[in-house]
Structure formats: C-alpha cells, structure tokens
Design a protein around this ligand. Structure first.
Ligand code: WT7
Length: 656
C-alpha cells in the first residue's frame, strides 16, 4: 500500500456502533463485556482457556496441564483425550439438534441436499469404516482433492474420526501441485471425485489425480476413493481406484470416534511462503477444536436458528475452520455452495441467500469488489432481508467496498466483521465481536480475547500509536500452528526468529504490516514479505518464479504484484530468455499456461514482460521494489545506488 493510501485510511472517521437490537441478543453484548473477557484472558490465560475447554467441548479424558510452552513449541491440554468428529457430530445426537440441518448444500446446476446431524453422522461413520477397510490407520495421511460437495466435509470428518491426518488440496491446484503435496505428506490414500461443476464447466479432478500419480510419481499413494458427482466418463485404475457408492453399500454406520491425544495431528494444510516450497502447516486436535469453536460462536454470534454461509472453498483454512469444524462443533447449520458467480448467473449468490434465508454471510473483499462491478441491481432484485451479520476475510478491505457491502448487502443494518487471521493461526485473531465492538470501514478492530497482538519495529519493540510496523502475537493461543510438517527448523526460523526482541522473548510474526490507531484499532496493511495476494489467494513469488524457470525458454524470472482494482493484486512476471529463444506473444501465452499447469489457474500471471536483464544489487539480489514500481506504472523512487547496472533500469522503463 502506498503512503498516500495509508494516510487516507488512517483519516477514516466513520464509526458504526453495533445496533442495539443486535447487541441485546448477542453472545457478547457490550464493549465492557468484551473488555472483561479480554482482561481476564490476558491476566490468566490458562484459567481462561481451561474453563472454556471444559464448558464448550466433550473430552474422553481431562488434561493435566492447559499449556506447556517451550518456545516456539506449544502443547495445549496436555494428556487430554478428545475427538473433533465426536464434538462435531455425536454429542449433538442426544439433543434436540439430532434432526437439525447440519449441512445444506446447493450444487451449481441447481441440485441440492440437506443432511441433518444424524444423517451426517451416519455418512461420516460409513466413510470412516470404508477407509479403514482400505488400510488407513490412525496417524496415516490422507489427501482430499474435492469439489465443493458434502463428501468433502464427510471425508475430513471421517479422517478425524479414526485419527487419520487429512491434507486437503484445493481442487483448483494442478496435478503437479497436488503431487508435491501428496509426496511431502506421504499420503496413503486420496479421496477425490470424478469432477465438479464450476462456472458452467466440469472440473476434471480425477484426471488430475491420475496425472499426479502417473509413473509412480507419488509412490506412497496406494488407493484412491472416488465420489461420483458429474457422471462423466473417467478412467478407473484396477486395484487402486474405488467408487465411494460401491463401498458405501457395504460400510457399517457404526464407527465409534477414536479418543485422540489433544496434541495428535488433526490436519496438514499447505500454504505459500517467501521461499519456493509450500509449507505444510500442522494443526493438532484439542487446541484447534476449542479455538475454531469459540471464535465461531462469539464472532459469528451463533443463534440456534441461524443459517450460516461462508463462500470459501474447503481447500483453504477458512473452509476448514468456518465451514466445517467451527460450525458443526457448535451444532450450527452450515451452507455449502458448489458454484461461483458466472455469466449465465451473475446473481447466483443472492439467489442462494434468498432460497435458504441465510442469516450470516462470510466472503472475501475480492468477491465484494466484483459484486460492485456487476452492479447493485443483482442483489436488489432479491430478498436479502434474512441477513443479520456480514463478514469478510482474506485481505484488507478498502473502505469503498466495506461501505457498499454495508449499504447494499447489509441494508445498512448488519454489522460487518472484518476478520484478520491466517492458515497458521487456525482461527480468527483480530476482529470485531459484532454486538460489542464499534466498526470502522477498513479496520479489523481489536484482538479476540486471549490474543495478545501488537505492532512492533525490527527489534521487536512496540511502535508508538499510528506509526506502522510488523503485526505480531505475543502469547501462544490454542489454535496456533504447532510446526511445519517435517521441518520444525523452518517453523522456528520463519515465524519466531524473524523478529527477536533484546529481552529474548518469542514473537509470532507471519508477514503482515499493520498500524494501530489512537483507539487501539488495528489496520492490517498487507504482506511485507515476498508473498502476493491475488483474489485473496496467497502465492509466493518464488513459487511462481520456480515454475517459470522450469520452462526451457526461461533463464531468469522475477515476479511481483501489481495493484488490481478487483483482485487486490495481479501477477506480473519479468522474464529473461535463454539465448536460443526470442520473445513473442505465442511464448507469452505458453509461459502463462506453463505456470497454470505447474501450480494452478490461480497463479496465472496477468502479464509477462520480457527483458534483457533484471535489476540486481551488487550482491546479486533481484531488486523487486524497483520491479513493483515499474509494474504499477509508477516512477521508480527511493535509493537505486545499490543497483549493479543502472542501464538495466532505463531499458526496463523503455520497455514498460
Ligand atoms: C493472509 C493469510 C485466513 C483465511 C484467508 C487467508 C491476509 C487475511 C485479512 C484481513 C487484512 C487479511 C493477510 C494474512 N488477510 N485476512 N481481514 N485484513 N489482511 O488465509 O491464505 O493463510 O492468508 O491473508 O495478509 O497474512 P491465508
């Protein structure tokens, strides 16, 4: 973000108090109540989390110690025994929720399905038994590569039920990206579907799985379980691939949930970082269950009759915590939609809200900006009066988009929760509690109780109010990542040793810059590392550069983000070619396609700029700051004295 934008954001004067009717019935009803919770959690975190864990969750066996903190490694609810699938399903069956809708699903072509808690429990047990029969045991890793259909959630819960560790890979990732993730986690089984419907086309998921596994490239995988969704012809490999509907017929619906150690691994989820290789973020059972549960309850202000809809994909952490685990653990009704706004139906989201009377709606700023562009006549043509709470996540929301969301979708009456968090944090960290905290457009407001957030300088010292710095967390919390799969050293270096205060404290830092205003409100400004955010998807520049240089024509590549009105950022790649190749529109197309097949469509560069040389420092570091300015069409300002060859810049300017 430019200094100008930052200054104009900090000038934001609009303040929206929680509506009185909302606060009256809310889980957390006032600023005083929030402050009491916050202060209590800060003064005695162990008592705070311990009491919540006891009150909100079912444990097969109680823990001995709430927190064992050997920085940067934490254990929560030590020796406690728990199962998140039990907390999401079984415990509701002995209550009035037994026949309540757990999952409402709407397919893109217009088909739909509702599963009550008892129906969902039955299917989860069946799938758990089916994968056990395929040889999956407690501790084994299972890849899940699915469209947005109920079986995606069923597969996650089935793994959790028997103690298998799931690794969900977003269905938009390519075969190559899938293969790397399966190999990193040494997955034994892949659960997938013949395909899924997306934007009036079929996404051939099974085809990608076949490619990922071809020629023994992912040797740990011995079995593939296939859900039938689209019914198009697919290849079924004998001895490896099995249809779910065949196994389901034989599968018993009796499968007791395995008592798991609180610190047993629940899932791995890969995310991008500054360096090339995606990071396998590890979450464990007890702490994650509690944190996703309590943040869901207080932030989305769950009431028994609510229908909640989050538009994320289960392939991202938002889908894990706030489509599946957090909501089911609370016994809520969660809605899942397979499709996306498309030319044939740009207003499909509003249709879904009207059809099911959705009360709580959670989406991303990039989606809101594209709704604005499509025009307010779409939402205005539908009845959205059921909505009572709105949320956003994924990137900073610009005040214009916030105001549009508030007026057009929320009819100026729904509070908006702008929720800051990350794959690594497991759950929401900085956010309004909608009945308690007044909002300012563009600010994620205040930390959740138990979260000690701060803005610090390079030495880890708190910066004075209103000047920017690094956003850090100063105390462990139950939902925090425990490590990077197979790489505890990288975990320590990346998140805990980037900033080291002189007193030796450990601060958690995962890459965002922020400001704090005079009211203590946080304004998250975006990534300060080499990570770009395209339509709310986090992509490492190195990851895309590695994909580019794996093409024979490319000698060197540097990738930067360029501001984009809808997507937040667009990918611009600066590329030098091997001497045997010359640039052409054809090659540009080919390189873009190459990135798509290496990573997936989300990483497709918007622009490729061919150049003779990249601007580097004398020590050989690519000066991305200069490239960012060039990509954005801005004057290159600041210090260029470390540039090794100044003519490079002139040439790039000329070519730009
Ligand atoms: C990065 C984490 C957490 C689920 C979605 C993304 C950015 C996320 C906000 C927000 C400003 C935000 C940050 C963060 N981000 N929410 N409300 N305001 N920025 O998860 O892929 O792990 O990405 O998304 O830059 O570090 P993720």
């Amino acid at each position: 973000m430019s200094q100008d934008t930052i200054e104009s954001i900090l000038q934001e004067k609009r303040l929206f108090q929680p509506p009185a009717e909302f606060s009256e019935k809310a889980q957390i009803k006032s600023l005083e109540e929030y402050k009491q919770l916050y202060d209590r959690a800060k003064a005695d975190p162990q008592a705070f989390w311990g009491e919540l864990a006891e009150k909100e969750l079912h444990w097969f066996q109680k823990w001995d110690t709430v927190l064992d903190w050997q920085p940067p490694f934490a254990k929560w609810f030590v020796n406690g025994k728990i199962n998140i699938s039990y907390n999401c399903l079984d415990r509701h069956l002995t209550t009035w929720r037994k026949n309540k809708a757990a999952l409402i699903w709407e397919g893109e072509p217009g088909d739909s399905r509702t599963l009550t808690y008892s129906q969902l429990h039955r299917e989860v047990c069946q799938m758990a038994n089916a994968i056990k029969k395929l040889g999956v045991q407690k501790g084994d890793r299972v890849g899940i590569y699915m469209p947005m259909i109920p079986e995606a959630a069923i597969a996650m819960l089935a793994c959790a039920r028997i103690g298998a560790i799931h690794s969900v890979v977003f269905g938009g990732f390519s075969a190559e990206a899938l293969r790397d993730r399966l190999n990193d986690g040494q997955a034994k089984l892949v659960i997938t579907a013949d395909g899924g419907f997306r934007k009036d086309a079929i996404v051939g998921l099974k085809e990608q799985v076949d490619k990922a596994l071809a020629n023994g490239a992912a040797p740990s995988v011995t079995d593939v379980l296939v859900i039938q969704r689209t019914k198009q012809q697919i290849h079924m490999e004998a001895g490896r691939d099995r249809w779910w509907h065949d196994l389901q017929k034989e599968a018993s619906a009796d499968c007791p949930a395995e008592p798991m150690d609180s610190e047993d691994m629940l899932f791995i989820l890969y995310t991008s970082g500054s360096t090339g290789k995606p990071k396998g973020v590890v979450h464990t059972t007890g702490g994650y269950n509690l944190y996703s549960h309590i943040t869901t309850k207080w932030i989305f202000d769950l009431q028994d009759t609510d229908v909640y809809w989050c538009t994320a994909d289960v392939g991202w952490i938002t889908g894990h915590s706030y489509i599946v685990y957090g909501h089911l653990s609370n016994g809520a009704t969660t809605l899942m939609y397979e499709g996306a706004p498309r030319n044939s139906n740009p207003g499909c989201f509003w249709d879904v809200i009207e059809k099911y009377g959705v009360n709580i709606f959670y989406t991303a700023p990039t989606a809101i900006r594209s709704f604005m562009k499509m025009g307010e006549h779409h939402p205005k043509a539908r009845n959205l009066s059921s909505l009572r709470l709105l949320g956003t996540v994924g990137e900073p929301i610009n005040p214009e988009a916030w105001m549009w969301y508030h007026r057009i979708i929320g009819n100026s009456k729904c509070p908006i929760v702008d929720t800051w968090w990350q794959t690594e944090t497991g759950g929401i960290m900085i956010t309004p509690l909608p009945g308690a905290i007044a909002t300012k457009p563009g600010s994620a407001t205040l930390p959740f109780p138990g979260i000690v957030a701060d803005v610090v300088d390079q030495d880890g010292a708190t910066v004075t109010n209103e000047s920017g710095g690094y956003l850090v967390i100063k105390h462990p919390w139950p939902g925090m990542m425990r490590t990077l799969y197979g790489d505890p050293d990288r975990f320590r270096r990346t998140y805990w040793e980037y900033l080291r205060p002189k007193n030796g404290d450990y601060l958690y830092f995962a890459g965002d810059g922020a400001h704090k205003d005079k009211d203590g409100y946080f304004w998250v400004m975006g990534r300060v590392d080499d990570v770009i955010s395209v339509a709310g998807h986090r992509l490492g520049t190195m990851e895309i550069e590695s994909a580019l240089v794996s093409h024979p024509a490319v000698a060197e590549a540097a990738v930067v983000g360029k501001p984009d009105e809808i997507k937040g950022e667009e990918i611009v790649a600066f590329v030098t070619l091997d001497s045997a190749y010359t640039s052409s529109p054809q090659l540009e197309k080919e390189l873009k396609q190459h990135v798509v097949s290496e990573i997936g469509a989300i990483a497709r560069p918007g622009e490729i700029r061919f150049t003779d040389a990249l601007p580097k420092t004398r020590s050989g570091k690519i000066m991305r700051r200069l490239l960012r300015s060039l990509a954005a069409g801005q004057e290159v300002t600041g210090d260029t004295s470390t540039l090794e060859d100044r003519t490079v810049l002139d040439k790039l300017r000329g070519g730009a």
